[in-house]
Design a protein around this ligand. Structure first.
Ligand code: RUQ
Ligand code: CUA
Length: 646
């Protein structure tokens, strides 16, 4: 022990001398800092691996779901510095998202409507980066809203939400967003079964009329939009589908989703439960009474052909392919999986499908070669109540490995055969070999890890290197901030050939993230300013004006350091205002903000951008308007008066 300490001390001393630290009598020595802050050599190593000096950029970028905030959180690895929140399902004032401008109001409040209702939040769960040949291409990001079944498209040129698509038949979802290897489709699987139609159907008719589904959202990459009319769903039994993944490589053309209530149980726990359902075991017990649930295997290529051949029923103006048609065309199968699983993740080659049963200590590795061979031979073990053939679990398995308590999600390494699985109950990450089926190493985390993400860990060529544990609780890790604690994302060094090392704790105080994806940062191709041609309402310099037609007043205005043009605008009470506003700046990061005091309007106008605000000047008075970004030395002077005359 003493010898080890001595050599550690020597190493530090050597570093100090080499760096010329602490020699001029003014600078602190590394040793002094270590002593002062109570740091170990391990701590210094971790610091050196994550510290990113001013001006240096991160190698990786993480897109994390923002959970109940309805946003996406973006941070850099290894520094763990938060870089951006992307507004998606929730209004976000700084970005001027859903605070009055026509474009974002339309995305959030019109496109995002669910059954006619405006929704102002989302429960974001799983982000997916667009892929080309199974590799992240850095063009688009997709994310789902579990609470109000929707999928959003984010353009990574601008890091802004460009589309929200509600699911017409689901009442609850979870298995989204996952993309096929060339982003032809964005997948969305339902969660709690419900009728596809919108009317009341009694729970007694659960088995007959409640359903799950897998939606295939067609993505038009050129337009950067999901095309609803080219999209369809496959009907599934009411088994409460959970997470999904798209096949790739050897499993390309197949899509997988697991489930956790193949019992089709309806609980009746708690006083106040309606009489018909009372005195039954709670959901948590009934839903996990069988030892196995079903992994669903959907043939996407066949489903696509059935859709193109018109073999579907229109429900809520959305094409749904029936279980019957899928089965008749050998395109839908079930395979038993350990009960109440959480993740289904496919290895980089596409051959091995890993499922973790939360209540089992094992992870199960299925082999697509074995599964498709069984299908070919029509070697089925059974048929479920909906006529879907069931493959044998033992014959489909490559094997099982005991990893620990509460295995959830799996990510892959650059080294062949190596995977990492989060263990919720154990509060640990397990490194294991899914080819030779053995546990290699475990590292404890604090506390109760949900998902985990390794660098490009769900692509056809993972980078490994870094792993982040997305922990569900932080308890005592940070300065205490009351009963609601931040989340804790822990960065772990997973460089091959070394022991896993915990490097960094990052609090995330915006919501509870679920999945995250980590991409090489140099794949991003963002723009610095908006192109003029993107905006039909663009106001050219010198063409500013105010035009009145009856009580319709249209304002054409511009912004440039450090003034609005026009600066004083007079209207009459009751006028309907349309205010076009263009930021004429070309310089990078010269954003101007726009608000009219007391009008509940805010816009963020980035260089080159035009926005349009529509509102009624309904109350007479004097309304200063101003730029809300400190854009120049004369930023405070960047204001005007909006006068509403009686
Ligand atoms: S899920 S951990 Cu959507 Cu795994 Cu939450
Ligand atoms: Cu423009 Cu402040």
């Amino acid at each position: 022990m003493f010898n080890k300490l001595k050599s550690a001390f020597k190493l530090v001393l050597f570093c100090m001398i080499a760096l010329g630290l602490g020699t001029d009598g003014f600078s602190q020595s590394l040793q002094e800092v270590m002593k002062e802050r109570g740091l170990s050599q391990q701590d210094l190593l971790a610091a050196a691996k994550t510290y990113t000096p001013s001006g240096k950029k991160d190698e990786y970028v993480v897109f994390s779901s923002g959970g109940q905030s309805g946003q996406v959180i973006v941070y850099g690895v290894p520094s763990m510095r938060i870089i951006k929140y992307i507004a998606v399902f929730t209004p976000e004032p700084w970005q001027g998202y859903g605070i009055g401008d026509e474009h974002t109001n339309n995305i959030l409040y019109e496109q995002g409507k669910v059954r006619g209702r405006t929704i102002t939040w989302g429960d974001t769960h799983h982000p997916a980066i667009s892929e080309t040949n199974g590799e992240y291409d850095g063009q688009y990001l997709f994310i789902n809203d579990k609470a109000n079944p929707r999928v959003a498209v984010i353009d990574l040129k601008t890091f802004t939400t460009t589309q929200i698509v509600p699911n017409p038949i689901m009442k609850s979802e979870h298995g989204a967003a996952f993309v096929t290897p060339n982003t032809e489709y964005v997948l969305e699987a339902s969660q709690y079964a419900a009728p596809f139609t919108n009317e009341y159907v009694p729970l007694e008719e659960f088995n007959e009329k409640y359903r799950g589904a897998m939606t295939f959202w067609k993505f038009d990459r050129k337009k950067g939009k999901i095309v609803a009319k080219d999209s369809f769903s496959v009907e599934l039994p009411p088994y409460w589908q959970d997470l999904s993944d798209s096949g790739k490589g050897m499993s390309a053309g197949w899509v997988f989703t697991n489930s956790f209530n193949s019992e089709r149980y309806i609980g009746g726990f708690g006083k106040g439960t309606s009489k018909k359902w009372s005195n039954r075991l709670p959901h948590e017990a009934g839903v996990s009474s069988k030892d196995t649930d079903y992994l669903h295997m959907i043939n996407m290529e066949t489903a696509k052909k059935l859709f193109q051949a018109g073999k579907f029923e229109m429900i809520n103006e959305h094409a749904v392919i029936s279980i019957k048609d899928m089965v008749a065309n050998d395109a839908l199968y079930l395979i038993p999986e350990p009960k109440s699983p959480h993740g289904v993740m496919i290895d980089p080659t596409g051959q091995y499908i890993t499922v973790s049963g939360k209540l089992d200590t094992h992870v199960s590795v299925y082999d697509i070669k074995k599964m498709t061979a069984l299908i070919k031979k029509k070697d089925f073990e059974d048929v479920d109540s909906y006529g879907i053939p069931i493959l044998s679990m033992t014959k489909s398995l490559h094997g099982q490995v005991e990893l620990g308590l509460g295995p959830l999600h799996t990510q892959y390494d650059s080294v062949k055969g190596i995977a990492y699985t989060s263990l919720y109950v154990d509060s640990a990450i397990a490194k294991w070999d899914f080819l030779n089926l053995k546990l290699l190493e475990k590292i404890p985390i604090n506390y109760n890890v949900g998902h985990l993400v390794s660098a490009e860990g769900d692509t056809t060529s993972p980078d490994g290197k870094y792993l982040v544990a997305l922990n569900k609780m932080s308890i005592d890790r940070f300065v205490q901030v009351g009963p609601l604690h931040p989340q804790n994302h822990q960065l772990i060094d997973i460089t091959p050939g070394r022991k896993m090392q915990l490097l960094y704790d990052m609090p995330l105080p915006l919501g509870e993230p679920h999945y995250a994806v980590m991409m090489k940062a140099d794949k991003l191709k963002t723009i610095k300013r908006y192109k003029k041609k993107w905006f039909k309402n663009r106001v050219k310099p010198g063409r500013e004006k105010v035009v009145r037609k009856g009580n319709q007043v249209t304002i054409y205005s511009t912004l440039i350091r450090s003034h609005f043009s026009p600066e004083v605008i007079e209207v009459k009470v009751g006028d309907e205002i349309t205010w076009h506003i263009t930021n004429l700046e070309r310089a990078q990061d010269e954003t101007h903000g726009f608000t009219i005091d007391q009008m509940n309007i805010h816009g963020s106008l980035e260089p080159g951008e035009t926005e349009t605000f529509k509102f009624k000047a309904d109350v007479e008075g004097v309304y200063p308007f101003y730029c809300t970004e400190f854009c120049s030395a004369l930023h405070l002077e960047m204001m005007g008066y909006f006068m509403v005359k009686p």
